[in-house]
Ligand binder design. Sequence first.
Ligand code: GLU
Length: 507
Amino acid sequence: MTNRKVRVRFAPSPTGPLHMGGVRTALYNYLFAKKNGGDFVLRIEDTDQTRYVPGAEDYIMEALDWCGITIDEGPKQGGPYGPYRQSERKAIYRQYADQLIASDHAYYAFDTPEELTEMRERLTKAKVASPQYDAVTRQTMKNSLTLSEDEVTRRLEAGEPYVIRIKLPRKEEVRFHDIIRGWVVVQTAQMDDKVLFKSDGMPTYHLANVVDDYLMKTTHVIRGEEWLPSAPLHVMLYRYLGWEDVMPQFAHLPLILKPDGNGKLSKRDGDRLGFPVFPLNWLDPHSGEQSSGYRERGYFPEAFVNMLAMLGWNPGTAQEIFSLEELADAFSLERVGKSGSKFDPEKAKWFNQQYLRHRPDAELAERFTADLQQRGVTPDPDYVLKVCALVKEKVQFISQFWEFGNYFFQAPESFDGKVIEKRWNPEAKAYFEALTTDLGSIDWNAAAIEAQFKATAERVGMNPGHVMQLFRVLVSGQPGGPVLFEMMELLGRDTVTTRLKSALSRL
Ligand code: GLU
């Protein structure tokens, strides 16, 4: 067990787009691998062909790629323990099911779906709390423990459908240590004899998962809390297959909760409250339903990853902004909380804003230019750069540059009503008439504009504080924005005086 190279795997089933909780699981696996000089493996768990969704696997890979989570071994990358898609490993699993039968830790069961339903109904009527196929009930069912050897052979040879079930003891305690939750203890009386293998030649999730973790030399299983109930069964499989000494360590991650803390964050919460729960846009191939993604909403992948990392883990300090490398350096499973973390959509935006502020103006300008071009605006590159530098403090997304800075490219169509109502009067009008003329003859820079703004006020006996916000509204239409006089400087003398004249004629 000691001195094994750390190897973790992210093992999604391609049944749809990856939820942000899934991305967080992948991220924690990745960070743990990087921190410990280990390998990060992507394994596609597609044994349940009925739930297979075309496009889901590509989506998963694209999402990880967008997040900067690099895969050491996987379906595309290959590696020494491949193939990395369970459907391509089909031939591997049978021998382990056979091994379990040979060692009397598994058995054949021939019960039809009707017989299973009948058994459950019978037990429910008898007030059994959780009706299950277990050490007691299996005695009454059609399996290789109750049928004669000849009968079992006959049925198998006749090609009758069957499953192979694990044979759990009636009363035994299963205990294992989870890095996040501590000791977990479960009684086998509470567990059922899960199906491991089906006569179509496919293993179930449980068998394939354990066999692959063994063969792929997985040292740590880091996965969502919803798999905690399966873990005791997996522990039993390691034991029965004789692999206990190399059993991975478990770490079951707490859920990501709805913003109000009531239950698991679901796709519907995103639709209802207007935030994405998926990393990328997704078009469901069956229903045609669209789901929005963080990428298309304009999030920086670094911001998304940083936000996800903090959703369940904390560094033990006040630091909130971490690059992927810094996260890998600081990460530990011991600092992952036991309880669920509430998702805060405002905090997600805040993270994006932090990253946007630290982006070079040139990059912001390039992206904003693309947006402007789509709106039919073809501005001077140097001007866009300056607009970005001025407006970036105000925005959380590139898309908001237009919302907060459209007046740099077009005259306002209307003026903020509240400010006009409060401040516009004949004296103000007289002041701006004088200012418009005065601005015609000064040097055009922020300091000179400010000086003139005050000088004109003094001359006409106006309190500058009463016309400051009006000045902004008359020129930009908006009640707030970047530093006033710098904004005027950038807009230019012609634009400012033309807009003042237009406002004076309209108001
Ligand atoms: N295929 C499982 C899933 O979809 C993997 C669970 C595990 O990591 O063991 O989440």
